[in-house]
Design a binder for this molecule. Sequence first.
Ligand code: ADP
Ligand code: MG
Length: 232
Amino acid sequence: MNDSMTPARQFAGTDALTAQDLYRFYRAGEEETLALRGVALSVRRGECVAVIGPSGSGKSTLLACLAGLDEPDGGTVHVGGERISHRPEADRARVRARRVGVLLQTGNLIAHLDVGANVRLARTAAPGAGRQSVNELLEQVGLEHRARALPRELAGGELARAGLAVALANDPDILLADEPTGELDGVTEQRILALLRSRARAGGGVLVVTHSPEAVKIADRVLTLRDGRVGP
Ligand code: ADP
Ligand code: MG
């Protein structure tokens, strides 16, 4: 097959995400934890990468650093060619709003806004980026009928899909998800995974931290984190 026909080639150019030599230390009293010890990784456009590893290996710390929610103590992170690490908080927030979709375990919905308003807010944070309307984003996750519902009125699977609609609302260079299917039933998990897969197929970068063998199956590549270091 002609190399130029493969999906990864089709979206070649800048990587969706590049991280170089990331370090993160935590100090609590006398105790020092090296959560990340020189992590390097990249995610191409059109690629879905899974990060697995035992509890405490640094997965959530890594995701927070990649999203610009946390600052690494060393190393750099670029998203869509733009640096997100080692910048003032406001700059990181601006790059994140425009270029990063984040799906955290704690949820990414604002409690007092309905689903439609949550998606609209995330979309307006990235002017010009959102090619899809709020309705289209909700349709994509099968929630067009729940636009007026508040987060607390949603069932678990609906909440996960609403979170995904919010994470995709800014048409991000990279979608970062921390255990997105951790508490979902099998059917909902498959539905979320299919959406992540189609996001990559459409040319977005996807990085998913997961324990789920099902999530690993949809990945183009799997990285293992152990004691803050990444291996194959
Ligand atoms: P994982 O997501 O793989 O379970 P984490 O990134 O949450 O791992 O944690 C990696 C290491 O960093 C663990 O040893 C954890 O205890 C430590 N750690 C994480 N967050 C903090 C924090 N805010 N303060 C101190 N230590 C932390
Ligand atoms: Mg974690």
